[in-house]
Ligand binder design. Sequence first.
Ligand code: 13P
Length: 287
Amino acid sequence: MLVSATQMLNKAVEGKYAVGQFNINNLEWTKAILSTAQENNSPVILGVSEGAGKYMTGFKTVAAMVKAMIEEMNITVPVALHLDHGTYEGCLKCIDAGFSSVMFDGSHYPIEENIQKTKELVELCHKKGISIEAEVGSIGGEEDGVVGAGEIADPNECKMIADLGVDFLAAGIGNIHGKYPENWKGLDFDALGKTKELIGNLPLVLHGGTGIPADMIKTAISLGVAKINVNTECQLYFQEATRKYIEEGKDLVGKGFDPRKLLAPGTEAIKVNVKEKMELFGSVNKA
Ligand code: 13P
């Protein structure tokens, strides 16, 4: 069932668990994540970056594929199709293409501009029943081989953006995309607590879910995080299983070259990763 992410995340705040956003790249990824959500009776958010949207030939293709898969696979758990780190224009395209949720990432704009653009998009989304995530404090990560530290969002700026009527908010607390460097200082729970105090029950989003230790995930959830984004980890699971298949020479045996066989171990590995995360986040049987 394709739904906006608002209700599932409000329920998660109340129940003190988090819903996973797993980013998709293609049919195999989408199929693996949807079937794992159904098997575990868990709500789920499919994340689509602008790059992944382009890779799949456009947001319309993605929306059509996801809607058709939900129907053909009899997926009855709540599924949100969400633009990840969208530009203003990207959000407009996804609203038009049939996404049920978008993230406007205005974190790199001065706060006044972030506020203005977020405000406009909140109105457009809510007219159509689409949920919207905003971001304060940019999330670091690897770019051209350099790992940037994650910013700590100013709790007062978080409150300003929250007051615009966004449905959930990503606040940087030292989290970064991709693998965490050896000298990573961990999440800033002090900043998270202060933000939570100011914004009340608005669901908070934790980006960069790959490689955050389980105890930090649990603490973050106890402080109001209700959506956790995971991308790189599924890619690493897929890569490892695919590498093993080739290294064991299985592609050379019989019809082992058939893409449906070649991509099967990686697809199964994504399912394992998604299930582990759903268990850790506490979303199993919360559909
Ligand atoms: P990772 O790739 O670090 O899991 O981060 C995912 C993410 O935050 C997508 O927005």
